[in-house]
Design a protein around this ligand. Structure first.
Ligand code: KIV
Ligand code: NA
Length: 273
C-alpha cells in the first residue's frame, strides 16, 4: 500500500532533498511519471499543450478540475496540485475559495497553485485558513502575458528583484506551503530560497531552488522546435511516435495488420518445433 505524498511531507523536504515535479493533464502520462515525482502539477499550460491555445488564459475551472481528476485517478504516490485558471481567483478571496474548493472536490487533488504577487497574499491566507493548501507562483507569471507584452525573464534589475522577494515573503507570511519561481536569474532564485522557510520550486529559476518543475511535453520533445531557454529535452518522443504512426499506416494500407493473431475466430498457427 503506497501512501500518497502529503503537503507537510513536501514542506519537510526543504533542505533535506530536492523536490521533483513535472506537469500532467492526462491519465497515461500521470500513471507513467507517478513513481518518479514528489508532486505532479496539473498546470494551466494544459491550455497550450492539450488545446493548442497561444497562452494559458483560455481554460476554465471545469476543464482544470476534469484534468485534475484524470491525473489523481491514475496516480497513488505523487501529490497532485492543480493550477487555478485565469479569472477564477483574482476577483476576491471568496471567489478564489469557491473555485479552489470546486477544483479539489471534483479532482481529489491535494492543493492549488495560483499566480500573483503580494496583492494576492490575502487570498492565499483566506484559502489556507479554510483548508486549501496553496502554492503561489511568482516571477514570470504567464497569466500576465498581456501586461508583460510577451514572456520574458523577470526581476532583472534591483528594484524588480526586491519586488519579487517581497512577493515571496508576503506569500510565506500568508501561509503558502511552497512557491513556484519562474523566469528569474540565479542570484534572485537563491536569495528567495534562502529567505523563506517554505520550499521553492524553480522553472527557469536556477538550481539554487529547492526543487524543479517543467512542462512534460517540453521534456519529452512533444512541443515542437521552439521551447524556452530553461527547458532541457530529455527524450525525443515525437520521433518514436512518428515511427509508430508510420508503421501502423503502412501495415494497414498493405494488409499486414491486423494479422491472424489479432482476429477473433481464427486460431493463430502454432510455432513449429
Ligand atoms: O502551467 C504550468 O505548467 C506551470 C508551470 C510551473 C510549469 O505553471
Ligand atoms: Na501555470
Amino acid at each position: 500500500q503506497v501512501k500518497r505524498t502529503t503537503i507537510p511531507q513536501l514542506m519537510a523536504y526543504k533542505g533535506q532533498r530536492k523536490i521533483v515535479s513535472l506537469t500532467a493533464h492526462n491519465s497515461a502520462f500521470a500513471r507513467i511519471m507517478d513513481a518518479y515525482m514528489d508532486f505532479i502539477l496539473v498546470g494551466d499550460s494544459t491550455a497550450m499543450v492539450a488545446y493548442n491555445h497561444p497562452n494559458t488564459l483560455s481554460i476554465t475551472v471545469e476543464q482544470m478540475a476534469a484534468h485534475g481528476a484524470a491525473v489523481v485517478s491514475a496516480t497513488r504516490h505523487a501529490a497532485v496540485l492543480v493550477d487555478m485558471p485565469f479569472g477564477s481567483y483574482q476577483e476576491s478571496p471568496e471567489q478564489a475559495f469557491r473555485n479552489a474548493a470546486r477544483i479539489l472536490a471534483v479532482s481529489g487533488a491535494d492543493g492549488v497553485k495560483l499566480e500573483g504577487g503580494e496583492a494576492l497574499a490575502p487570498t492565499v491566507r483566506f484559502l489556507v485558513e479554510r483548508g486549501i493548501p496553496v502554492m503561489p507562483h511568482v516571477g514570470l507569471m504567464p497569466q500576465y502575458v498581456n501586461t508583460m507584452g510577451g514572456f520574458r525573464a523577470q526581476g532583472m534589475n534591483d528594484a524588480a528583484a526586491e519586488r519579487i522577494l517581497a512577493d515571496a515573503r508576503a506569500h510565506e507570511s500568508a501561509g503558502a506551503f511552497g512557491l513556484v519561481l519562474e523566469g528569474i536569474a540565479e542570484p534572485l532564485g537563491r536569495r528567495i530560497t534562502e529567505s523563506v522557510a517554505i520550499p521553492t520550486i524553480g522553472i527557469g529559476a536556477s538550481p539554487a531552488c529547492d526543487g524543479q518543475v517543467l512542462v512534460t511535453e517540453d521534456v519529452l520533445g512533444l512541443s515542437g522546435e521552439r521551447v524556452p531557454k530553461f527547458v532541457k529535452r530529455f527524450a525525443d518522443v515525437e520521433t518514436v511516435m512518428r515511427g509508430a504512426f508510420q508503421s501502423y499506416a503502412e501495415e494497414v494500407r498493405e494488409g499486414v495488420f491486423p494479422g491472424p493473431e489479432h482476429c477473433f475466430g481464427i486460431k493463430p498457427k502454432e510455432p513449429r518445433e
